[in-house]
Structure formats: C-alpha cells, structure tokens
Design a protein around this ligand. Sequence first.
Ligand SMILES: *[C@@H]1O[C@H](CO)[C@@H](O)[C@H](O)[C@H]1NC(C)=O
Ligand SMILES: *[C@@H]1O[C@H](CO)[C@@H](O)[C@H](O)[C@H]1NC(C)=O
Length: 396
Amino acid sequence: MATAGSLAPFRTVVIVLAAVFVALDPFSLSPIAGEKDFKVLSFPQPSLGILASIPRDEKNILKNAEIVYGGQIFGPESVLFDSQGRGPYSGVADGRVVRWEGPEKGWVEFATVVSNRTEICNPTKPPTANVKYEHLCGRPLGLRISKDGELFICDAYFGLLKVGPEGGLAEVLSNESEGEKLGFTNDLDIHDDGTIYFTDSSTKHPRSKFFYSMLESEDTGRFLKYDPKTKETTVLIKKLRFPNGVTFSRDHSFIVISETRLGRLIRYWVKGPKAGTWEHFVWLPGFPDNVRTNEAGDFWVALHCRRSLFDSIMNYFPAAKQAFLKLPLSPKSLYNIFAGKPHAAALKISPDGQILQVVEDKKGESAKLLSEVEEHDGRLWMGSVVLPHLAVIDKP
Ligand SMILES: *[C@@H]1O[C@H](CO)[C@@H](O)[C@H](O)[C@H]1NC(C)=O
Ligand SMILES: *[C@@H]1O[C@H](CO)[C@@H](O)[C@H](O)[C@H]1NC(C)=O
C-alpha cells in the first residue's frame, strides 16, 4: 500500500515539472509571452490608514445615472462643451472627434487626425476591433478648447494636434521631444498664456497595450509642455508611472496630473515660489483617468477602477508577480484579477487636496469604467474609453 511518504518524491517531481512548464511557457499561453522586456517593478503605495480614511458613497449615487446615446458613440474618453454651449464633443474608438448636433443630426464628425482614413478606420462591430488599426486611424483622447475656439487634441498615436473652430483635419503640433518620439499622448490643458501642458503615458507600450504598462508598473511616462511661439516641446517631469489626466487650478498657479499606476494625483507648480517643481497631491482609492476643474475650482477625478487587494499585495513581490504572469491566463481573467469587476467611482477634490465628495455605482449597474467627469450646466457628464455611451446625472 502506498503511503504518503512513498508518494512524496513523485509529487515533488510533478510540481517541479509543472513549474518548469509554466516558466518555459512552450505553447506561449501566458499573457506576457513574446514580451521580451517585460519586467515587473514595485511602486510606492499609500498606507492602509490613508486608504481607510477615504469615504465611500453609501448612497451609491451613480446608480441613478442615466445612460445616454447608447450604441451611438463608442469609447468617448473625454467630454467637452465649447464656450457657445455646443457639444458634447468626444474622441472615439474609430479615430474621429465627433460632436453632438441635436436629435435630428445626431453625432457628426468634427475632426480627424489622419488625412488618409481608409475603410479600415470605419466603425466595426464589435467596436473593440478598431483597436487593431488605431495606430493608423488615430485614437483621440484628451480634448480642450482654447479661448480662440481652437480644439486641441491629444491623440494616443499622433501626438498633440490642433484644429480650428470649423473642425476638419487636425494639424500635428508636437510628436517628439528631445529627439524621442511621443509614445502615448494622453491628456492636456491650456495655460492662460497659450502654453499647452500634456502627458505622454508611456514610451514603452502604445495605448493598445496599456494594460502591460499597468502590470509592469513601468516608469517611462512623462509630463511635457508645448510652447506655441517657439514650437518647442520640453519635458517637465520624467519617470512617471502612467501619467494621464491633467487640469489647471482655477487661478492657473498649478496643474494637477493623475498618475494612474500609483493611484494618485500630483501637482506641478507653474507660478509662485515653487514654480517648476512638483509634489505629491492626493492618494486615491483607485486608478485615476482624466481630471477636470469645475466652475467652483474643485477637481473631478474619474477612476477607471478601485484598488484591488491582490494587486496591492503582488506589488510587494515583483518576482512572484512576474512568475504569476507566466500562467496561461486570458487577458479578461487577468483584468478581473487585477482590476476587479467593472463599477464606477469619481471623487471631487478641493484645491488644497481635500476629498470633498465621493460618488460611486458600486456594482456598475448604471455607470462604470469612467474616464472623465465633466461638470456642465449643473450636471455631471461621464465618458468611458471602452463603453458605447455616456452617463449623465444631475450634480449630486
Ligand atoms: C495612410 O498612409 C500611410 C503611408 O502610406 C500608410 O502607412 C497607412 O497605412 C495609411 N493609413 C490608412 C488608415 O490606410
Ligand atoms: C510628426 O508629424 C509630422 C507631421 O505630421 C510627420 O511628418 C512626422 O513623420 C511625424 N514624426 C513622428 C516622429 O511621428
């Protein structure tokens, strides 16, 4: 009769063989198969005390959000209205910037980022299939309108662009800096003096592979400025981990930047004694996308998802995480493990960094996967880079 003792060597051999199989990944089943330079890094995290002190939305306010334009607009990341109240404008998955022109005309093409849009750029079903060609068709993300009515676009592939008040083909203002090509231009804001401040989320992975940047916690992200007079692009901050949304304080003395991988906001001073320096601003309970200033001067920051315990723990063991990623996991299950179930969360932050309000849809029954919260005419307009609609709610 076999005893536990006599089976032990056999069991050890099986475990060792399984470990070798996973490590070698002979059938390239792992999500990081083919990623030569994939390297998980560790990153700073807030204390549990800080996270525990952040309030939750007990009323689950965003559950009452209304879903609008369902199926008419895919992946509206940024939501914008112009000074005449026209809009919303939004950049969508097929590479165009579109504008809502009322129930009769619907969503109308306003701007494009490439001159030769061929049929590969046409909206597809499922719309996620557009990702395959977005490096050719463009993927407009952050949008802002200047005082002169010009629309500035951060396109994830083509850089910082501008188009006049009538729309059309946008012109490239900046697609490299210090000799290095911009990798993943993401969001911008415009200073009173016309200087554009913007983010390049990664020079390692393009937008279509943003999840790799998140899994690695890599630090090739940068914060830059473009001077329209000299046409020069300057790097202001290097080694950021997925810098994303940007917004000026109402007095334009500083600019808030979301650093998605760290789950925080930082701020860069433009005026005053600290001009030219940056500092940590606010820890967040999840991973922020765009941030926008409302009329009162507070900041709305949209979270793509909340922090997951698994992700936080794995961060302390980069080698174990790297080994874990050699398991044959589908991108979808990997996403669920690290990001959790889709839901909605956004926070309102004061100019001195206090969390004023948290709004959530904890189960994602109405709103989820938010990319931006834009306060306009007493309502919150919420975009999502992956969903086929906007969500709207009266200002809570
Ligand atoms: C546009 O033209 C360039 C250069 O010929 C080409 O590489 C690219 O694939 C074209 N884009 C589309 C969307 O067909
Ligand atoms: C930058 O944009 C210009 C103008 O569209 C284009 O000719 C050039 O190839 C681009 N450079 C890079 C590095 O993408």
